[in-house]
Design a protein around this ligand. Structure first.
Ligand code: DC
Length: 227
């Protein structure tokens, strides 16, 4: 690939961002960057240090002691906190809430911004998150805002948890998803929002393959068929 391209995928939890972005990255030969995992790593570190995720002063004091890094092992993104691979601890409902809480703090967003941008300078990337098209990569070649009805998103999350053998209740998953959407959308800094130039794709009635095809069509149109 000669010219680097960047594709920003934003949207609420459970819309299918990470699964679809991963598949797109394989198809297009790009690096997939799951920025939610980066916020989750901060959340985990804050939790392990018994700091409240909404205590801005305490979190700010803690950040210089955290060295976050990201590696690709067998094509999969792994997250490291001070050298320890913490990837397997990140995708729990508790860490979802911690990540959402720390992500509302300006010190945390500032701490993570440059490293996300520098990945897009070095590689062709498909980056998913909440503020990629609006803040991290405002000049991304393609911006897709992926969404779906909240009940459908909760259903997908619930099935994902059951699939992992967890004893999850649909009503709890729905409630937590609603809380997190509200917090992520209403925070003062870099809230979850579609960029003005993003294409919104509603995946409520689409399965994964159909969603993937719809995204590929958007990418093709935006990049003039170069991909
Ligand atoms: O995509 P996810 O569920 O792994 O993200 C976890 C939390 O991290 C999400 O609730 C909000 C925050 N986040 C963010 O604020 N900005 C991003 N670019 C990615 C995630």
């Amino acid at each position: 690939m000669d010219k680097k391209i960047s594709i920003a995928i934003d949207g609420p939890g459970g819309a299918g961002k990470s699964t679809l972005a991963k598949r797109l990255a394989e198809r297009l030969g790009c690096v997939y960057v799951d920025t939610g995992a980066i916020y989750r790593t901060v959340g985990l570190y804050v939790r392990r240090n018994d700091v409240s995720p909404s205590d801005a002063e305490a979190v700010e004091k803690l950040l210089p002691t955290l060295d976050i890094s990201l590696e690709y092992v067998d094509g999969k993104q792994r997250m490291f906190a001070n050298g320890e691979d913490v990837t397997d601890y990140l995708r729990t409902p508790e860490m979802s809430m911690y990540a959402s809480a720390v992500s509302a703090l300006p010190c945390v967003r500032a701490f993570l911004l440059e490293s996300q941008r520098s990945l897009a300078e070095r590689y062709s990337v498909i980056m998913d998150g909440r503020d990629i098209g609006t803040v991290v990569l405002p000049d991304a070649d393609v911006k897709i805002f992926l969404t779906a009805d909240e009940r459908e998103r909760a259903r997908r999350r619930w099935l994902e948890l059951l699939d992992r053998g967890e004893d999850a209740k649909y009503a709890t998953v729905l409630h937590e998803l609603q809380q997190r959407d509200a917090a992520d959308s209403s925070r003062a800094i870099a809230p979850l929002a579609a960029a003005e130039d993003a294409v919104t794709l509603d995946t409520t009635a689409l399965d994964l393959d159909q969603s993937l095809e719809a995204m590929l069509a958007i990418i093709k149109e935006k990049t003039g068929g170069a991909k």
